[in-house]
Design a protein around this ligand. Structure first.
Ligand code: ADP
Length: 156
């Protein structure tokens, strides 16, 4: 089974990596896909986000990193993936993710969405939290892959 794991990854955190590491064990092939979202103001451009993910996923032979524009289901279809993987943190993620999953199902009922629960230590972790911490001069050590930590320090 081939799956995609879509998101903004601005930047990738250890919460994302937890999902990627666990999902890679469940599927034959996993494509981590950076969604190009023009509405969201990003700290890192798409190429930088892809590069940081590639570095962080180097140890995983069945994981590929890519980016896409437009509908997630169209991208999944183009990749030949029958599965969309999403991570869930708190109840606050649920409503938005449910709405998206149901709409994606309506757009293409051949593609399933599967949710994975965050590991408890990453429950509070989000890309926006990490950016805020870095901007305020706090350490993000242990919250993001090493390459991201260096890039964040350089950026702020
Ligand atoms: P963020 O909300 O951090 O900006 P993204 O848009 O990059 O995240 O999210 C991509 C996917 O990763 C989503 O399915 C999101 O729920 C999931 N995710 C983000 N952070 C975590 C975490 N700490 N634990 C589990 N899943 C997460």
């Amino acid at each position: 089974m081939k799956a995609i794991y879509p998101g903004s990854f601005d930047p990738v955190t250890n919460g994302h990596m937890d999902i990627i590491n666990r999902a890679a064990k469940l599927v034959d092939e996993l494509v981590v896909a950076v969604a190009v979202n023009l509405d969201k103001k990003a700290m890192f451009d798409v190429q930088e986000r892809v590069e940081l993910l590639r570095q962080a996923c180097r140890h995983l032979a069945n994981v590929k990193v890519d980016y896409f524009n437009g509908l997630t289901v169209s991208y999944a279809r183009k990749q030949g993936a029958g599965l969309i993987i999403k991570g869930l943190r708190a109840v606050s993620d649920f409503e938005f993710e449910l709405q998206q999953a149901l709409m994606n199902k309506r757009l293409d009922d051949q593609i399933e969405t599967m949710f994975m629960m965050t590991s408890a230590e990453y429950l509070f972790l989000s890309s926006s939290m990490v950016k805020q911490l870095a901007e305020l001069g706090a350490s993000v050590c242990g919250l993001v892959p090493e390459a991201v930590e260096a890039k964040l320090t350089e950026r702020v």
